[in-house]
Write a protein that binds this ligand. Structure first.
Ligand code: HEM
Ligand SMILES: [Cu+2]
Length: 628
C-alpha cells in the first residue's frame, strides 16, 4: 500500500471522493470524521431540547405555588431533561470527539470497524427520536431518569410513559456498546508505528478508559432493563415485593451502572482538559504516568462505590461504612489529577484563548463539584442532603461545570480542525463569561436551598419557607445561560459564512491531528506517521527549529478506504423496530416483533455480503472498484 504524495490537489478533484455532499452521502458515510460531525450536530440539537426542558423547570419554580405546568408534565420535564442531558447530549458529544479525533490523534485512517461506527450513530439517532416522540403522545417518561421501582411497575405507571423510557434506553445501549467495542479495538490496534500506550495523547487514554467503563457498565443496565421489561410485559416480579421481588434490587443494578456512568461522562472531559492545558501553557503535560494511572484507578474504584447512592435505603452501618470509605478514596486519584493540571500550567507561558478559559473554569468548577461529592460520602451528612437540591447542585457542578465546560473547551479547540474555520475569539469570550456567570448563578444557590430543605423533583413549594428569592435568582441564571448558548450559535453561524481558511496548526499543537490540513482529507494521512515521543508534533518542530510548513492537500491515490454503505442505517432501523415491536406487541400481537427482527436481519445480511473496501479514485474520479 504505497502512499505517495503527489502534490497539491484541487478542490474539484477532491470532490470526486472526499468532499461529496448531499443527503445520500451522509446516509451512507462510514468516514469517522463525518460520523463525528453527525454525532455532534445531533447531540447539540438534543442538548438544546434538554436546555428548553430545563428552562421550563426553572420558570415553573420561579415562584411559590406556581401553576405554569401541571405536576405530571413537570415529572415528564425533569425525567426527560436528565435522560436527555446524560444519554443524548453529554455522551454523544463525547462520541463526536472520539470519532473525529481519536483516529487523527493515533495516526489512523479510520476506526477499526467503520460500518459498525455508522451503525452506532444511526441507532443513537433513532433511540433519541424514540424517547422524544413520546412527547407527541403526551406520554413522555415521567418516573425520573433513575427509573426507581416500584414507580415503574405497571401498577403505578400503567401508561406507555415508562415503556418509552425502557425501550429507548435499550436502543441507546446497543449504540453505546457497539461504539465502545469499536473504539476499544481502534485504540488497541490502529495506533501509528511507535505510538506505545504510554505515548498516547491523554485524550485517547481517557477515552480508552471510557470504553472499558462502557463495556463493563452497560451490560448491567441492559440486564436491569430487560428484567423491568419482563415485569411490565410478561408478568414477572423481579422488582415487585408482593410477588417476592425487591425494589432495592433495581437500585443496586441501576447504580452499579449509574456510578460508572458518571465517570463515562467525566473521563472524556479529563482527556480534553489534559490536551488543552499543555498547548496553551507551552509545556508538556505534568505527570503523564500519574495521569494515566489515576484515571485507571478512578475507573476501577468507580465500580465499588455504587451504594453511596443508596445510604438512605437502610443498608446498615457496615455497608454504609464500606461505601463511605470507598467513595472518599476516589478523592485521592482525583486530587492527583487536579495537582497535575495545576502543575502543567504552573510556570507556563499561558495564552489566554477561549479554549483555555473554559479549561481553567473546568478545573475550578470540577473542584467544587468534587467537594460537595465528598460531603455526600459522609453517610450521616448524606441522609440530610439526599433528595434535596444540595444533590442537584453537586451533580450540576460536576456534569455541567465539569463535562459541559470541558466539551465546550474542546469545541473551541478542535473547531478549526473539524470545520476549517476558527471560531470568533471575542464572541468566544462573551460566551465564556455568560456561561460562567449564568452557571454559577443558576446552580450555586441550590446548595443553600438544599440545606434549607427544598426537595428535588417536586413541582412546587410553599411561600414563606425562605425558598422564594433564591429560586428567582436561579431562574435569572438560567436565562443568562440561555443567552450564553445563543452566543455560541451566533458564533457558529457568523464564522460559517467565512471561507474555510483555518491553518493546519493554529494553536501550535503537540499532537498528530495538527499535522493534517484543516479539515483533514478523507484518508487522513497520506503517509502513516512514525511516532518517537509523547508530543510528536512538538518534537518535529523542535527538530526543524520552527513551525512545520502547511501540509499539502494531496490525492489519496492508491489508498484503500472503507466503502460507503447504506446497510448500517437499515440495521439500525431494525434495532429500533425490534424494541418498538416489543412495546406494541401486547396491543397488535407478536408479529410486530417479527417485523423489527426481519429488518435487522435483512440489514445485517446485506452488510455482511457487501464488499467493504474501495480504493480512492485518483484525480479525475475513476469508478470505485469494490473488493474485500
Ligand atoms: C442549562 C441549564 C440547566 C438548568 C437550568 C437545569 C436545571 C435543572 C433542574 C431545576 C433540575 C431539577 C429537577 C428536579 O429535581 O425537580 C435538574 C435536574 C437534572 N439535571 Fe439539569 N439543568 C441544566 C443543565 C443540565 C446539564 C448540562 C445536565 C447534564 C448532565 C443536567 C443534568 C441533570 C440531571 C441528571 C438531573 C436529575 C434529574 C433528577 O434526578 O431529579 N442538567 N436540572
Ligand atoms: Cu456515585
Amino acid at each position: 500500500m504505497a502512499t505517495t504524495v503527489v502534490g497539491q490537489e484541487t478542490h474539484a478533484a477532491g470532490a470526486a471522493y472526499g468532499e461529496k455532499t448531499g443527503l445520500w452521502s451522509w446516509l451512507t458515510t462510514v468516514d469517522h470524521k463525518r460520523i463525528g460531525i453527525l454525532y455532534g450536530t445531533t447531540a447539540f440539537c438534543f442538548f438544546l431540547l434538554g436546555g428548553l426542558e430545563a428552562l421550563l423547570i426553572r420558570f415553573q419554580l420561579v415562584k411559590a405555588n406556581n401553576t405554569l405546568v401541571s405536576p405530571d408534565f413537570y415529572n415528564q420535564l425533569f425525567t426527560m431533561h436528565g435522560t436527555t442531558m446524560i444519554f443524548l447530549a453529554i455522551m454523544p458529544l463525547s462520541a463526536m470527539f472520539f470519532n473525529f479525533m481519536i483516529p487523527l490523534m493515533i495516526g489512523a485512517r479510520d476506526v477499526a470497524f467503520p460500518r459498525l461506527n455508522a451503525f452506532s450513530y444511526w441507532v443513537f439517532l433513532l433511540g433519541g427520536l424514540f424517547l422524544n416522540v413520546s412527547f407527541l403522545f403526551g406520554a413522555a417518561p415521567n418516573q425520573g431518569w433513575f427509573g426507581y421501582a416500584n414507580l415503574t411497575s405497571r401498577q403505578y405507571s400503567p401508561g406507555p410513559n415508562v415503556d418509552f423510557w425502557l425501550m429507548g434506553l435499550q436502543i441507546l445501549g446497543v449504540a453505546s456498546l457497539a461504539a465502545a467495542v469499536n473504539f476499544f479495538v481502534t485504540i488497541m490496534n490502529l495506533r501509528a508505528p511507535g505510538m506505545k500506550l504510554m505515548r498516547m495523547p491523554m485524550f485517547c487514554w481517557m477515552s480508552f478508559i471510557t470504553q472499558v467503563l462502557l463495556l463493563l457498565a452497560f451490560p448491567v443496565i441492559t440486564v436491569a432493563l430487560i428484567m423491568l421489561m419482563f415485569d411490565r410485559f410478561f408478568g414477572t416480579h423481579f422488582f415487585v415485593p408482593s410477588g417476592g421481588g425487591d425494589p432495592i434490587l433495581w437500585q443496586h443494578l441501576f447504580w452499579i451502572f449509574g456510578h460508572p456512568e458518571v465517570y463515562i461522562l467525566i473521563m472524556p472531559a479529563f482527556g480534553i482538559i489534559s490536551e488543552i492545558l499543555p498547548v496553551f501553557s507551552r509545556k508538556p503535560l505534568f505527570g503523564y504516568a500519574a495521569m494515566v494511572f489515576s484515571g485507571v484507578f478512578i475507573a476501577f474504584i468507580g465500580f465499588g462505590v455504587w451504594s453511596h447512592h443508596m445510604f438512605s435505603t437502610g443498608m446498615g452501618p457496615i455497608a454504609d461504612t464500606f461505601f463511605a470509605l470507598a467513595t472518599m478514596l476516589i478523592a485521592i486519584p482525583t486530587g492527583v489529577k487536579i495537582f497535575n493540571w495545576i502543575g502543567t500550567i504552573w510556570g507556563g507561558s499561558i495564552q489566554y484563548k477561549t479554549p483555555m478559559y473554559f479549561a481553567l473554569a473546568f478545573i475550578a468548577m470540577f473542584i467544587m463539584g468534587g467537594l460537595s461529592g465528598v460531603m455526600h460520602a459522609v453517610a450521616p451528612h448524606d441522609l440530610q442532603q439526599t433528595d434535596t437540591y444540595f444533590v442537584v447542585a453537586h451533580f450540576h457542578y460536576v456534569m455541567f461545570g465539569g463535562s459541559i465546560f470541558a466539551l465546550t473547551a474542546g469545541a473551541y479547540y478542535w473547531w478549526p480542525k473539524m470545520f476549517g474555520r476558527m471560531l470568533d475569539e471575542r464572541l468566544g469570550k462573551i460566551h465564556f463569561w455568560l456561561m460562567f456567570i449564568g452557571f454559577n448563578v443558576t446552580f450555586f444557590p441550590m446548595h443553600f436551598l438544599g440545606l434549607l430543605g427544598q426537595p428535588r423533583r417536586t413541582y412546587t413549594y410553599q411561600a414563606g419557607l425562605g425558598f422564594d428569592w433564591l429560586n428567582q435568582l436561579e431562574t435569572v441564571g438560567a436565562v443568562i445561560l440561555f443567552f450564553a448558548f445563543l452566543t455560541f450559535l451566533i458564533n457558529v453561524i457568523k464564522t460559517w459564512r467565512r471561507p474555510a481558511t483555518a491553518p493546519a496548526d493554529p494553536w501550535n499543537g503537540a499532537t498528530l491531528e495538527w499535522s493534517l490540513p484543516s479539515p483533514p482529507q478523507e484518508w487522513n494521512f497520506a503517509e502513516v506517521p512514525v511516532v518517537h515521543s509523547r508530543d510528536p508534533l512538538w518534537e518535529r518542530k523542535r527538530e526543524r527549529g520552527g513551525p512545520l510548513p502547511e501540509p499539502l492537500r494531496v490525492s489519496g491515490q492508491g489508498i484503500h478506504l472503507p466503502a460507503p454503505s447504506f446497510w448500517p442505517a437499515v440495521a439500525a432501523v431494525g434495532v429500533m423496530g425490534l424494541f418498538l415491536g416489543i412495546m406494541l406487541s401486547p396491543k397488535v400481537g407478536p408479529w410486530a416483533i417479527f417485523v423489527g427482527v426481519s429488518v435487522l436481519f435483512f440489514g445485517v445480511f446485506n452488510w455482511i455480503f457487501e464488499p467493504s473496501y474501495t480504493s480512492i479514485p485518483g484525480v479525475g474520479g475513476r469508478p470505485r472498484a469494490g473488493h474485500h
